[in-house]
Design a protein around this ligand. Structure first.
Ligand code: BES
Ligand code: ZN
Length: 621
């Protein structure tokens, strides 16, 4: 009898739940700004949930299977337009069991093809039977030789900015958010992870199921498959890596849990439950990617001295700025990255102290000044604005230090104007109020004026329009003072002015950040000085990827050929675009080096992800 009542209640709850769902499905969602990088008709029909059922075929290098898209067709539209690229679509079925007719439009670089599906007024879902192509831009299929273990193949995805459409037909713009679940089948020797709830053990059948019950944008859809193992690093954090990398990675990322705790103390509870990092093979084209619950990271941060972990603070910070409050279009990209660099800086200050943070911030200012100079020289000062107009262009073009560093310094300027206490309260409220919603530049400025800068004096002091819609760095930017880097400044001038040789410089207790500042300050280098530096500090042999990259830039500029074999190894073994791009650009400057670079690139290219080889193809074409 009791059991009967319990069943009755469960059935009742389920029915009420379903009813709620249907009424929700017909609710009118918030209008989204036009997204110039997506074909989707997002103001007529919107994806609310995605259910993936895919198999990974490492022989053919494809994912194939089905995706069911649960939609809200509140306008009663007769078509659902999705983004797709290099996908083969076999069949599409509506929830009433009928086959839907569909059409793939013309393929345009880099946007792909609109997939237009005929739906009915009351269509609730479409199920698409499809396969990716073996050259999906998001997916990189690695041979065992490209992994640390050398025994098993590997797969990872990179969906940001507009590559999700190359492995899932979807509304591929950041303004649309949906929940998802997935079943992925693979070789039983391998483990599958996604930007969702993950297990910690391999499944003997090779079948993995996932649940992401908080809405995310398509650029946060992520998958990786490989010989991976897990180790916990605290209450709600852990690391996945290949067995050969796991203990090193766990050691390197020892501060992860305190980063999470510090972030929560600043801007409110971590919304996603667990926070893990997966250390990928070296061809991962970025430093890190903030896939929800599971940051994807380059192994080049595993330097053996914990000096590059600010990257984890950055990706973690995206759990608020970006993953909760999301740039509505790629023109608003600075809202994701600028806020994240500011937040990263605050986490680093809390965990490592203010002097450490000052060094990072000053290095960031150096990067920004360099980027602005370069963009001005190219005659593109409008690309130094925070708000960009990338319509018709690849959103990748907006991926410069401007969004990151100018964005950070703008927020620092606001902080300096109103004081830290008020600014922190404002930011915390901003993340809470706008969680799981898209944000655009105009609305953010309105929110800032309404909730923080009500005093006209303060408002004037900040100079919002100059920062957001104007070029360069406005003069009200707060000054950064770092005692440690001042010490380096002295060494730089002594070496630049030939007053001291390398071994006479006081470099005691230099950390990675001292070295980076030192290398970036060196001018008028000649071969004998390069020899002196290398003999004294062994830069060519450094195991630190950031130091190596800055050193190799000087090697190319000065034609310091002793380092070229090491440079070749670096270019072949590392696929991170941030390192590759400036090095190939410098090599392309002289005919001799260009030929050398082309020969190296021929060997290296098959190991790069599309994000990297598309950029390098342009440089060496
Ligand atoms: N979300 C970005 C990476 C990204 C941006 C990929 C735009 C594709 C398009 C990520 O959070 C990031 O900024 N990564 C940086 C590291 C960071 C410490 C500045 C990177 O990969 O270098
Ligand atoms: Zn970022």
């Amino acid at each position: 009898m009791r059991i009967g009542i319990v069943y009755f209640i469960i059935i009742l709850i389920t029915l009420v739940g379903c009813n709620n769902n249907t009424s929700q499905t017909n609710s009118v969602p918030v209008e989204l700004s036009k997204d110039a990088h997506s074909y989707a008709n997002i103001n007529e029909v919107r994806i609310e949930h995605m259910s993936l059922d895919l198999s990974a075929d490492f022989e053919k290098k494809i994912l194939e299977g089905k995706v069911r898209l649960d939609i809200n067709n509140w306008t009663g539209s007769n078509k659902l337009v999705l983004d797709s690229r290099k996908l083969s679509i076999n069949e599409i079925i509506l929830n009433n069991g009928k086959q839907a007719s569909f059409e793939l439009g013309e393929d345009k670089e880099p946007f792909g093809q609109p997939l237009t599906i005929a739906i009915e007024q009351n269509t609730k879902s479409v199920t698409i039977d499809y396969a990716t192509s073996s050259n999906s831009d998001a997916l990189q299929w690695l041979n065992p030789s490209q992994t640390f273990g050398k025994e098993h193949p590997f797969l990872f995805s990179q969906s940001q900015a507009i590559l999700a459409r190359t492995w899932i037909p979807c509304q591929d713009g950041p303004g649309v958010k949906f929940t998802y679940d997935a079943t992925i089948k693979t070789d039983p020797n391998l483990m599958v992870l996604m930007s969702a709830k993950n297990g910690t053990k391999k499944n003997s059948e090779g079948v993995y199921t996932f649940e992401m019950d908080q809405p995310v944008s398509s650029y946060l859809m992520a998958i990786t498959i490989g010989d991976l193992e897990f180790q916990s690093t605290g209450r709600n954090s852990g690391v996945y890596a290949e067995p050969a990398m796991l203990s090193k990675s766990v050691w390197e990322l020892e501060s992860m849990q305190s980063m999470i705790d510090s972030a929560e103390a600043l801007y409110g509870e971590y919304a996603w439950g667990q926070y893990d990092v997966v250390i990928l093979p070296p061809s991962f084209p970025f430093g890190g990617m903030e896939n929800p619950r599971l940051t994807f990271a380059t192994p080049t941060i595993i330097s053996g001295d914990r000096s590059l972990v600010s990257l984890i603070a950055h990706e973690l910070a995206h759990s608020w700025s970006g993953n909760l409050v999301t740039n509505e279009t790629w023109n608003d990209f600075w809202l994701n990255e600028g806020f994240t660099v500011y937040f990263e800086q605050r986490i680093m200050e809390k965990v490592y102290g203010s002097e450490y943070e000052k060094m990072l911030t000053k290095l960031g200012m150096g990067d920004l000044e360099h980027t602005i100079k370069k963009l001005n020289k190219k005659g593109k000062p409008e690309e130094t604005h925070l708000y960009l107009n990338l319509d018709g262009r690849d959103p990748d073009d907006g991926l410069t230090d401007v969004a990151y560093e100018k964005g950070r310094f703008f927020l620092q300027t606001v902080e300096a104007t109103v004081g830290r206490e008020r600014f922190d309260k404002f930011l915390k409220q901003y993340f809470t109020t706008n969680a799981f919603k898209p944000m655009n530049t105009k609305r953010f400025i309105g929110y800032l004026k309404d909730n923080l800068l009500q005093d006209p004096e303060e408002l004037k002091k900040v100079r919002i329009d100059e920062w957001v819609y104007g070029p360069g760095i406005p003069s009200n930017v707060p000054e950064i003072y770092s005692q440690e880097l001042d010490r380096v400044e002295l060494a730089i001038s002594q070496f630049n002015n030939k007053r001291k040789t390398a071994s006479e410089l006081n470099t005691a207790n230099y950390t990675t950040h001292h070295w980076l500042y030192f290398l970036r300050g060196l001018k008028n280098l000649e071969l004998y000085k390069m020899n002196d530096l290398d003999n004294t500090f062994n830069f060519t042999k450094t195991g630190n990827s950031e130091i190596a990259c800055d050193w190799f830039k000087h090697c190319i500029d000065t034609d310091y050929k002793e380092a070229f074999p090491a440079l070749e190894v670096f270019l072949i073994s590392v696929g991170r675009r941030k390192f590759l791009q400036p090095l190939y650009e410098k090599l392309a400057e002289t005919e001799e080096n260009r030929d050398w670079a082309k020969a190296v690139y021929e060997k290296a290219r098959p190991g790069y992800h599309s994000v990297s080889y598309n950029t390098i193809d342009e440089i060496l074409k």
